[in-house]
Design a protein around this ligand. Structure first.
Ligand code: ATP
Ligand code: MG
Ligand code: MG
Length: 576
């Protein structure tokens, strides 16, 4: 199933095995359990698991849970479900928080070696002292504390003697390094908060930049794959592994993150905001780019895997046309999905010359592209539903569907001709009266005359009520263009800072983001489907003739009401 597109990481691994630098391959997928996974994470999962698999190695699912404030068991469970659904089995399940004691011991070692010190500067002062790209940083007045004093203070930090933000542990590296990440980065911070795994055992937490390399080394990860925003942190990653005297030497390798043209909001922070503000119906809302949202919408795991593999692995992170993913979804569904007919905006049609009380059953192919799927029987009688838009009283030129005096083909059934129109008091058309021609029955090879339009329909007396949910992008099109053109929003908060919760995120930016929400992203329509759909189960997928692919909603479908989510339309102008 692997693809052979360019993958520079594969080349590195091959070389490492060939030269004997490595004798095994271990990768990991290290999500922070602070939200649900999105399609960008799928790329990371697929790269990590596929590469290890290719070289008969192993992959750990490791929860990078070093920030008590944002993490939750709900997220842990959702992440496991998503990884499994994508089709992967982890070799080991680990929690970074299980390594807190070892990380602490390694910090004591750093202090003893004179490589770390306790600082009393506030987070703001630390930023200020750190300098800029053009200016070197300044030493903290506490940089030259003795080893004894540092050991004593650090232990007291662990014992809870200090408040949040009062003290931190910093690496002692180089305040004038051209790489700002090396200017005595913070290693530990105080946070009096209950952790989802360790409860109240700790009030001292390692920051991402210190914890992550140790986690990798503890697990004997060989190739630690992450996205390019961590490139600048690689020297620090190597410093931590070396100075902490870890036996194992993992190698950090960065690849380009996945961005989609239609999804400018692919970060857990923004997704959480949409959930918290009630703009969507949870993390698995079908409009969300989350794996659970895509699943509920009806995307298949295999289409997501094919999509990510086709993208390959490179350093670039240009936005990918979201229609490419839809293309693979269609490819995946077209041969397996049963075809059916459904009416999303019903209009009653009475066939006045069809005998009252009679019902006949017509044969219809389940999938003309895959004849092995066989036939289904669909009822036909005097009353049927068609789409409102398949009738016009005063049609424009080239309208080939129903209008007074015109004849169309009913898919799998007969030709019908519009004879009369019934209106309500307001002049709205509420019913159409037609006649049918028994000679024109589908499958009999009738060639007497031709009609230009074929429309779909559902027999009325046995029609099953159904809700159809049609989707538009959650964020207005022009707002997404920014990403398409590569003008990413300015990032005020670095990835590592966000991970550690050491800075508050910019609320102004979040407000602006909420202003871009498309108010018409969900349309709910009440219509009908064929009676043989009665037994449809959540997550069953169908191709509705002339409408597109739909998935039975797993949350809102009940015994009495089927709810269908639009997966993708039938066609797209997109070509690979
Ligand atoms: P977000 O920025 O969306 O909140 P994150 O990077 O904070 O996500 P983590 O849980 O820390 O999420 O990430 C787990 C792994 O997934 C990391 O290795 C990260 O690099 C990778 N990852 C996250 N987003 C993407 C993306 N858009 N494309 C590829 N990989 C990604
Ligand atoms: Mg991120
Ligand atoms: Mg994050």
């Amino acid at each position: 199933e692997h693809n052979n597109s360019n993958n520079f990481i594969r080349s590195i691994i091959k070389e490492d095995l060939a030269t004997g630098k490595r004798t095994h391959v271990t990768t990991r997928f290290p999500p922070e359990p602070n939200g649900y996974l999105h399609i960008g994470h799928a790329k990371s999962i697929i790269i990590n698991f596929d590469l290890a698999d290719e070289f008969k190695g192993t992959t750990n699912l490791r929860f990078d849970d070093t920030n008590p404030l944002k993490e939750d068991t709900e997220y842990v469970n959702a992440i496991k479900e998503d990884v499994e659904w994508l089709g992967y089995e982890w070799d080991n399940l680990f929690f970074a928080s299980d390594y807190f004691e070892e990380m602490y011991e390694r910090a004591l070692l750093l202090i003893k070696k004179g490589k770390a010190y306790v600082d009393d500067l506030s987070p703001d002062e630390i930023r200020e002292y750190r300098g800029t790209l053009k200016e070197p940083g300044k030493d903290s007045p506490h940089r030259d504390r003795s080893v004894e004093e540092n050991l004593d203070l650090f232990k007291r930090m662990r014992d809870g003697e200090f408040k949040n933000g009062e003290k931190v542990l910093r690496a002692k590296i180089d305040m004038s390094s051209p790489n700002i990440n090396m200017r005595d980065p913070v290693l530990y911070r105080i946070s009096h908060a209950t952790h989802h795994n360790t409860g109240d055992k700790w009030c001292l937490y390692p920051v991402y930049a210190y914890a992550h390399p140790l986690e990798d080394a503890i697990e004997d990860v060989t190739h630690s794959l992450c996205t390019t925003e961590f490139e600048d942190q690689r020297p620090l990653y190597n410093w931590v592994v070396a100075e902490c005297e870890m036996d194992s030497q993992p190698q950090q390798i960065e690849f380009g993150r996945l961005n989609l043209t239609s999804v400018s909001f692919m970060s857990k922070r923004k997704l959480k905001l949409l959930v918290d503000e009630g703009i969507v119906d949870g993390w698995d809302d079908p409009r969300m780019p989350t794996i659970s949202g895509l699943r509920r919408k009806g995307y298949t795991a295999s289409a997501i895997r094919t999509f990510c593999r086709e993208l390959g692995v490179s350093k670039g992170d240009g936005a990918v046309d979201a229609r490419m993913l839809d293309h693979f979804v269609r490819e995946d569904l077209k041969l397996t999905c049963p075809r059916t007919m459904g009416i999303v905006r019903p209009l009653k049609v009475v066939i006045t010359n069809y005998p009252e009380g009679q019902v006949e059953y017509l044969d219809a192919e389940i999938n003309p592209e895959n004849p092995e799927m066989g036939l289904r029987q669909i009822p036909f009688s005097r009353e049927i539903y068609i789409e409102q838009e398949d009738f016009m009283e005063n049609p424009p030129n080239k309208y080939f569907r129903l209008f007074p005096g015109n004849e169309v083909r009913l898919k799998h059934a007969y030709f019908i001709k519009c004879e009369d129109v019934v209106k309500d008091d307001q002049g709205q058309v509420v019913e159409i009266h037609c006649t049918y021609d028994i000679e024109t029955k589908s499958g009999t090879g009738f060639t007497g005359r031709k009609v230009k339009g074929t429309i779909h329909w559902v027999e009325a007396s046995q029609a099953v009520p159904a809700e159809f949910r049609l989707y538009q992008p959650l964020v207005l099109a022009e707002e997404n263009n920014g990403i398409a053109k590569g003008t990413e929003e300015t990032v005020e908060v670095t990835e590592a800072e966000e991970k550690d919760g050491t800075v508050e995120t910019n609320n102004g930016a979040e407000k602006t983001f909420l202003d871009t929400i498309n108010p018409n992203s969900l349309q709910r329509l009440n219509g009908f489907v064929e009676p043989n759909m009665k037994g449809a189960q959540p997550q069953d997928k169908f191709q509705f003739f002339r409408h597109g692919y739909f998935n039975v909603d797993s949350k809102d479908t009940t015994a009495d009401k089927l709810v269908f989510n639009e997966i993708v339309s039938l066609k797209s102008s997109f070509t690979l």
